[in-house]
Design a protein around this ligand. Structure first.
Ligand code: GLC
Length: 568
């Protein structure tokens, strides 16, 4: 985290002086009315698939459907674009609300809205007036906006999402520098804020691409989330015209270009620095973190759905397909861990050479941590945190595993096994507050070396085994996709019992997540929006279509031929 003042100074070059250079009004003018004239989006599914979840629809149906009007009245106190900027929202407009917390959450979410030149374009990270220093919690974070975007889309309010997508795309176009080094063109900001230019009396945007962030790490996840939000917007509204604009097509291509660039890689996974995602501090997630690999996979698939097969798009699409095939093979084979696999690793030989090696990464069985032998149930499995030469990070990370289910990176069997694991290890992975960001915490000497003695990431706190309410929406989505609604209900009940009473904290501490986090912000926006999204999805599972992709059969059979791969 960095103070707002220093951020302003450091990133002044990245300020957006005049955002009017893109014709937003043109887009806004022909934006679709949700549920009226709904077009088919890129990947609408057949009706037969809609019954799969047992709800009112399935995950192929997008966020439209006949239920929207009732949602408006149930969930949207003070809804509608006009009430977004300036006018306080009122929860008294509608007489029926399913849970008192829902109305309260909507009001809190609307209070976090940020307007730019009269139009809402995002939500700030936290509206915590009790906290002394705001650090950068007064900014719009791309990753934090994801559940907000989904909540607004599910509530039939796509304009704010449209505005966010367009403005962040403009920020991508800025030259990004750290000292004398230039970042890749595709990089998207971690966060941005609206500043008033006192001289000219106009508002401008100032963005942070990592040049102000702690550790100066660029957010690898931002571009992926941007693509995922764009696809959710398209799916929900049925309007392909935004994604098809030359500007969006270029934005997608730039993001893709940056992560598909050829280098010295021997793996299809994406090599990253520590702290480049939700865990934005040193936590030993450098290398090939599951969070980034799962998001990468999902973004590749979403990009493939949205790119136009014109001259430039077609070539990119071919590169994406090639990468997807290799990536899914690699992840499903080497990141996957269950009882059988653990037993195999436990018996691994080391120092094997040539293509016939079984222990391809030369993992020493002695490096398997003690906790894992007890933790691993006979039923269940998960994608481990990281795989690189002689290093497997066996920790569980919730976000990566949930996204792997949603993107169908996990096969149906693997997805079911992940849910089995959550059920079997409920106390460890959910406890009293859903959901633990990672398990287990690192402590003692390991904490010293891995985190660099980070006092915020002490054991069972914050990123180091803390519990993050925002992850509730991802767990709920994964539950719906795998048909495990009971798990979602149980988790939501737990959150409901405490979240509002505790003031919507950013995270909880302790092995079970019973304590409000040591330095947790209150009224953390993504805790609020995450709860709303979880509630709305459970109520109408067809919303899942915005954020979930069906299994692509072509990827289940890797095209890697025996001679071209290491497989035996
Ligand atoms: C913390 C989180 C990060 C989040 C930011 C704003 O730094 O680690 O993921 O985006 O707060 O809420």
């Amino acid at each position: 985290m960095e103070s707002a003042a220093s951020m302003r100074k450091a990133s002044s070059h990245a300020s957006l002086a005049d955002p009017d250079d893109f014709d937003l009004t043109r887009l806004l003018n022909h934006r679709p009315r949700i549920n009226v004239d709904r077009q088919r989006s890129f990947d609408d599914r057949s009706l037969s698939e809609l019954s799969a979840t047992g709800g009112r629809g399935g995950w192929g149906g997008g966020g439209g459907g006949g239920g929207m009007e009732s949602y408006e009245s149930m969930y949207s106190p003070g809804g509608g674009l006009r009430s977004l900027c300036g006018t306080p929202a009122s929860s008294t407009r509608f007489s029926f609300e399913p849970h008192p917390l829902v109305g309260e959450a909507w009001e809190a979410l609307r209070r976090s809205l940020v307007c730019f030149r009269g139009q809402p374009l995002g939500t700030i990270a936290a509206v915590d007036h009790s906290a002394g220093e705001v650090l950068n919690y007064d900014q719009v974070f791309v990753r934090d906006f994801v559940p907000s975007a989904l909540a607004f889309l599910m509530n039939g309010e796509p304009d704010i999402v449209l505005n966010f997508l367009v403005k962040t795309l403009l920020l991508q176009g800025w030259e990004k520098r750290i000292d004398r080094f230039k970042l890749g063109e595709g990089a998207m900001p971690a966060s941005f804020k609206v500043l008033k230019d006192p001289k000219r009396g106009v508002e401008k945007l100032v963005a942070d691409f990592g040049e102000s962030a702690i550790g100066r790490v660029a957010p690898v996840d931002s571009g992926f989330w941007w693509i995922i939000i764009l696809r959710a917007y398209t799916k929900s509204t049925g309007d392909v015209s935004l994604a098809e604009t030359p500007m969006c097509q270029k934005g997608i291509r730039l993001i893709m270009n940056q992560c598909l660039a050829e280098g010295f890689d021997t793996f299809p996974t994406l090599l990253c620095a520590d702290g480049c995602c939700m865990i934005d501090r040193r936590m030993g997630v450098y290398g090939y973190p599951i969070e980034i690999q799962a998001l990468f996979f999902m973004a590749l698939r979403c990009a493939l759905l949205m790119l136009k097969p014109d001259a430039e798009g077609k070539e990119m699409m071919e590169r994406i397909v090639t990468r997807l095939t290799a990536l899914s093979y690699h992840m499903r084979s080497y990141f996957w861990l269950d009882f059988q696999q653990l037993n195999d690793i436990y018996r691994f030989k080391t120092e094997e050479y040539s293509h016939t090696a079984v222990n391809k990464f030369n993992v020493n069985p002695e490096s398997i941590p003690d906790w894992l032998f007890d933790f691993m149930p006979t039923r269940g499995g998960y994608f481990v945190g990281n795989v690189s030469p002689a290093r497997m990070d066996f920790r569980w990370f919730a976000l990566g595993n949930c996204v792997a289910i949603l993107a169908s990176l996990a096969t149906p069997d693997q997805a079911a096994a992940i849910m089995d694991l959550i059920e079997e290890r409920w106390e460890e992975l959910v406890g009293d507050m859903p959901v633990k960001i990672c398990y287990p915490a690192i402590e003692g000497h390991e904490w010293q070396t891995v985190t660099g003695c980070d006092p915020k990431n002490t054991r069972w706190s914050y990123h180091n085994g803390g519990s993050w309410p925002v992850l509730l929406w991802l767990l709920t989505a994964a539950c719906i996709k795998t048909g495990r609604l009971k798990i979602a209900r149980r988790a939501i009940d737990l959150a409901e019992a405490r979240l509002a009473r505790d003031g919507w904290p950013e995270y909880y501490d302790g092995k079970l997540g019973r304590y409000i986090g040591k330095q947790a912000r209150k009224f953390q926006t993504w805790s609020i929006a995450g709860y709303l999204v979880a509630k709305m999805m459970l109520e109408d599972p067809s919303h899942l279509g915005m954020i979930s992709l069906e299994e692509d059969k072509a990827m289940t059979k890797p095209v890697l031929r025996r001679s071209a791969s290491w497989t035996v």
